[in-house]
Design a protein. Structure first.
Length: 150
């Protein structure tokens, strides 16, 4: 079950050249947490639709920043979860994002399998290809499915 409370999808802060502004991204995540009285969940690269305009290095950087900021705050008090939006244009990129989320210990992954261009069989992609990563890494993490095909 998703964690109860306030889930805030945060945008990725970019400069005019499209580079992630790390300090500003961290400040945005901290602002959404409001010192423990704001977000219970920070959702990076998710429902804002920006995943479609970012490449994987920028997606992964935004997710890593969210995880680091949530961990830093949680170590001092209330636990705030960091969810990783892992959807990308291709199955390979999406799987890379899942591995990244596992590696940095995100609290959950969110995927929109119907939006992945080369996922002809979305159910098989989730159960077999994503499942194989969990088996290989011997890790577990909640995966939430998001249907935004239209």
């Amino acid at each position: 079950m998703p964690r109860a409370g306030l889930s805030i999808p945060v945008v990725t802060v970019l400069d005019s050249e499209g580079r992630v502004l790390e300090d500003e991204q961290r400040a945005l995540v901290r602002f959404a947490m409001q010192g423990g009285v704001g977000a219970d969940v920070i959702f990076a690269v998710g429902t804002t639709g920006e995943w479609d305009r970012l490449d994987n290095p920028r997606r992964q950087l935004a997710v890593r920043i969210a995880v680091e900021e949530c961990r830093t705050f949680s170590s001092a008090g209330k636990k705030i979860e960091a969810w990783a939006g892992i959807t990308a244009h291709t199955r390979a990129e999406t799987l890379d994002n899942l591995e990244h989320a596992i590696r940095i210990d995100a609290d959950a992954a969110v995927v929109a399998p119907l939006s992945i261009r080369d996922a002809d069989h979305p159910v098989g992609f989730v159960t077999r290809e994503m499942g194989a990563i969990f088996q290989r890494t011997r890790r577990a993490m909640p995966v939430f499915l998001y249907d935004n095909a239209d």
